[in-house]
Design a protein around this ligand. Structure first.
Ligand code: PEP
Ligand code: MG
Length: 907
């Protein structure tokens, strides 16, 4: 019989697949002897079985009974009993944290009888009835799918009747009335009585949590976070402890270090006399842990001890949800905490310095994506700014845009190309699409652990929250700025700027400046430190530097850049590139030079052709001289011309019209007519699969010779000047060894000739791109003629899948991503099961013929973190990517070496 239920005392932190993150960590905390309320976890297996069969597996009910009875025995209380009832919470908990995306129901076990029992046991009637009305509200919303507005309206009306502002000011009799009204809402809206049987409540809530895996918002979140849709969620059933039992109770969230800046030192939010989700929902403004220390020293000390224990045990920043019930601390959840990119780098090196982790482990704690986030600009210190207000800096970065008041507006205006800031009183999980679309998020309520803050940090989106000087009215689409002498109101027309580092909100456009990490990457540590304005920035750039240096030390993959111009090449070198992995040469034929290429195409005699080639040679040679100068001493792969011929010719339709009109007007130039004939002859239905790459090189006389001569003569010029050029000549789109052989013979003939004339040895490597399935499959034969391979995974993706990127990305990729045909676009991250296997075949077969054959990748995947892992594992020698991504590639290559240390890819 499958085991679907685990007591907290049975599992551990490594069982996240089965118990979900929350369940596994509750089990781990229980094992550590920390104060966790007793409970059990229903596994993700049970959820998957439910989602598959649309019904709860038969074995589940008896297993829940057994676990529940064990909990009841341990506590000497019974679920929903008339006297001193045991109450439980039912919470979702998937393998990967999906904050606020799925359901939770608290206070399960309350009914018309047990509410009296709770009142007696707690000696607090108000508390008991408040708990009961909360149960009906949550149960109605999440289990019975009743619009929450019904309950909120009834609550607001009741507060109005009684002349109170806050929920907890309602007296008992009002709460009793509210319970009756809520029950009527349930009956009217769901067509059934609110279930009085505690076990029915528990089972229905469990099923609702299973179902919540498939809500639209959960789907959107998973797509964004690249979480597979088939994992399912676990369900945690946990004894209720109450933070809303008066002023000696409360609930909070804390972090063992600041998850926003990475500053060391504990950090958290606490709400007195509050339950469950009140903190995360950001409904009321919160106290700090320092306040807790003054209010309840014992609980504070216990919490600090638990935080230290957890951080030492997990050897990482932990976040913890806790409740204090009448002066007794309980831990409800912990996990390795989400953090900003800056915090990730700083915390990683802090933990090294505290001797909790090694530098290798520190590398696994930061990602290329986080480094990318740090490379984005910030507001310029010197810029003139009009400060509107200051609130909690919840997620870093600098964002500027028009105010958008709701999801629909944010999405619509962002799609129209506008930059918007989503401004809300507070956010909830339904705001996810707006948060995705907006450049930044600003809320009027909530602390750093509010929904807006947690989700924005996860997305790397700038966020400021808890700006309580702003009165946001989504109905009238206005923001009133309180506390100013003038009556100041903002609308959708206004532009604001938010600073996620400082929490400042400015009126109007504010110019942005480079990030300190970018300064470090461009100009080195010393200058970055000199320019750093504060201690936090200094610690951050130092951490980045240490981790980058360690990545460089351990990585096996080389990192090169795709650079066509000296400027790009310079940027790449500053960011740590060891060479150029792809210098595309097509731009050397465009602009003013296009005319010479047209002359070449139109040439009818050898003389005309020679003439056209002779005009191009000095120009191209000049380009190469500059590139070799910049790349002095470093390798540079020069790819010979790749695009289809028609790119150098006028557009067919335009020229046809011109010729027709000119003919009708009797002014037709015969040259145009001749050109049109050539354009027609060269027109292709599928240029991507037509006359391009090596095919063009072989069929257009003189082309290879021109390019290789330009390379060779440029190299000689540099050598004469004492330079150290290292070109590597690459032939694109090779499918057959014979193509490469012919190209090679022609190239070598030129190299030999220029070498003979100049007296310099010019034995440059000649290799090819592997970007066709045929090339990958026959890599063993192609290797006979190649000194190196470079995988062109852009084309290899197109040709393996049989689609052209320009045609398909806009056409059906959205649907394919939604339907799960792709988890992520195969142009972004290498499709390891298809295109990746092609690469693998090429590596294996190529090296069978030539062990140690040097191989790199120059498609865009060369700068993609996940793909870099794959290229490391498959045994490539280097990745080549855009200059901006070079640092990311260095870091990811280092991480890959740590994650896959046993890799024995040949050098
Ligand atoms: C490739 O196909 O991966 C490649 C680098 O070449 P291009 O993008 O120029 O076609
Ligand atoms: Mg290509």
């Amino acid at each position: 019989m499958p085991k679907y239920v685990y007591r907290f005392s049975e599992g551990d932190k490594d069982q996240k697949d089965l118990l979900g993150g929350k369940g596994a960590n509750l089990a781990e905390m229980t094992r550590l002897g920390l104060p966790v309320p007793p409970g059990f976890t229903i596994t993700t297996d049970a959820c998957r079985a439910y989602l598959h069969d649309h019904e709860v597996p038969d074995e589940l009910a008896p297993q829940v009974t057994t676990a529940l009875r064990e909990v009841e025995e341990e506590l000497g209380r019974e679920l929903g009993a008339a006297e001193d009832p045991l109450l439980v919470s039912v919470r979702s908990g998937a393998k990967f944290s999906m904050p606020g995306m799925m359901e939770t129901v608290l206070n399960i076990g309350l009914n018309d009888e047990s509410v009296e029992g709770l009142a007696a046991a707690a000696s607090d009637e108000r508390f008991a009835w408040d708990s009961y009305r909360r149960l009906i509200q949550m149960f109605g919303k999440t289990v019975l799918d009743i619009d929450g507005e019904h309950f909120s309206r009834a609550l607001e009306a009741k507060k109005g009747d009684r002349g109170v502002n806050l929920d907890y000011e309602l007296p008992v009799d009002a709460l009793k009335e509210l319970v009756a009204e809520y029950k009527t809402i349930v009956l009217e809206q769901a067509g059934l009585d609110f279930p009085q049987d505690p076990r029915v409540q528990l089972d229905m809530a469990t099923e609702a949590v299973f179902r919540s895996w498939n809500t639209e918002r959960a789907h959107i979140y998973r797509r964004r976070e690249k979480i597979p849709h088939d994992l399912g969620t676990a369900v945690n059933v946990c004894t209720m402890v109450f933070g809303n039992m008066g002023d000696t109770s409360g609930t909070g969230v804390c972090f063992t270090r600041d998850p926003s800046t990475g500053r060391s030192g504990v950090y958290g939010d606490y709400l007195i006399n509050a339950q469950g989700e009140d903190v995360v929902a950001g409904i009321r403004n919160t106290l700090t842990l320092a306040d807790l220390k003054n209010i309840d020293r014992q609980s504070y000390d216990d919490l600090r001890a638990a935080m230290r224990k957890l951080e030492t045990h997990y050897r990482d920043l932990c976040d913890i949800e806790f409740t204090i019930e009448r002066g007794k601390l309980w831990l409800l959840q912990t996990r390795v905490g989400k953090r900003t990119a800056a915090a990730a780098f700083r915390v990683a090196t802090q933990l090294v310095d505290e001797k909790l982790i090694t530098m290798d482990e520190a590398l696994t704690r930061v990602t290329g994506d986080q480094l990318t986030q740090l490379m984005f600009p910030q507001f310029a210190d010197s810029a003139a700014k009009e400060l509107l207000t200051r609130a909690n800096p919840a997620s870093p970065g600098a964002a500027v845009g028009h105010i958008a008041f709701d999801n629909a507006e944010a999405v619509e205006r962002a799609e129209a190309g506008e930059s918007v800031i989503l401004v809300r009183r507070e956010t909830n999980p339904d705001d996810l699409p707006g948060m995705v679309a907006a450049a930044g998020v600003l809320t009027a309520r909530g602390g750093k652990t509010s929904h807006a803050a947690v989700v924005a940090r996860g997305m790397g989106k700038t966020c400021v929250c808890g700006a309580d000087q702003l009165d946001v009215d989504a109905e009238t689409k206005t923001v009133r700025v309180l506390g100013r002498e003038d009556e100041f109101v903002l609308t959708s027309e206004d532009v604001i700027a938010i600073d996620g580092q400082t929490g400042e909100v400015f009126l109007g456009d504010v110019p942005v400046s480079d990030s300190p990490v970018m300064t470090y990457l461009r100009r080195g540590l010393e200058e970055a430190l000199d320019r750093a304005g504060d201690v936090d920035t200094r610690e951050l750039v130092t951490s980045v530097d240490r981790l980058m240096r360690h990545a460089d030390k351990v990585r096996r993959l080389g990192v090169r850049a795709n650079a066509d111009t000296p400027d790009d090449a310079r940027h790449a070198i500053h960011r740590g590139a060891e060479g150029v992995g792809l210098c595309r040469t097509e731009h050397m034929f465009l602009g003013e030079r296009k005319q010479f290429v047209q002359n070449l195409i139109l040439a009818e005699t050898d003389e005309e052709r020679e003439h056209a080639l002779a005009a191009l040679l000095p120009l191209q040679k000049g380009d190469f001289v500059k590139m070799f100068e910049t790349m002095n001493g470093k390798p540079m792969v020069v790819r010979l011309i790749d695009p289809p011929l028609h790119e150098f010719l006028p557009d067919l339709t335009e020229l046809s019209v011109k010729v027709a009109v000119d003919r009708a007007n009797g002014v037709l130039d015969p040259a145009d007519e001749q050109l049109l004939a050539v354009v027609r002859r060269n027109h292709e239905a599928n240029p991507m699969l037509g006359l391009r790459g090596v095919r063009l090189l072989l069929t257009m006389p003189g082309l290879i010779e021109l390019q290789v001569r330009a390379i060779a003569e440029a190299a000689v010029e540099r050598l004469k000047a004492g330079g150290d050029p290292h070109p590597e000549i690459m032939i694109p789109l090779v499918g057959s060894v014979r193509e490469l052989q012919i190209a090679r013979e022609r190239a070598e003939a030129v190299l030999t000739e220029v070498s003979g004339k100049s007296g310099y040895k010019l034995d440059f490597p000649i290799g090819c791109m592997i970007e066709l399935p045929r090339a990958a499959v026959s890599a063993d034969t192609i290797a006979e003629e190649a000194d190196f391979f470079s995988y062109g995974t852009n084309d290899l993706t197109q040709t393996t899948w049989g689609f052209s990127r320009d045609d398909v990305e806009g056409a059906f990729f959205k649907e394919y991503l939604e339907e799960g045909v792709f988890g992520v676009s195969p142009f972004e991250t290498i499709d390891t099961r298809g295109v990746g296997r092609m690469v693998g075949l090429g590596v294996e077969r190529g090296r069978k013929t030539k062990p140690g054959l040097k191989m790199g990748v120059c498609g865009e995947h060369g700068g993609d973190p996940e793909s870099i892992d794959f290229f490391h594992q498959v045994g490539l020698n280097y990745v080549s990517c855009s200059p901006f991504r070079v640092p990311v590639a260095r870091l990811e290559a280092g991480r890959a070496a740590v994650f896959f240390p046993e890799d024995d890819g040949e050098e």
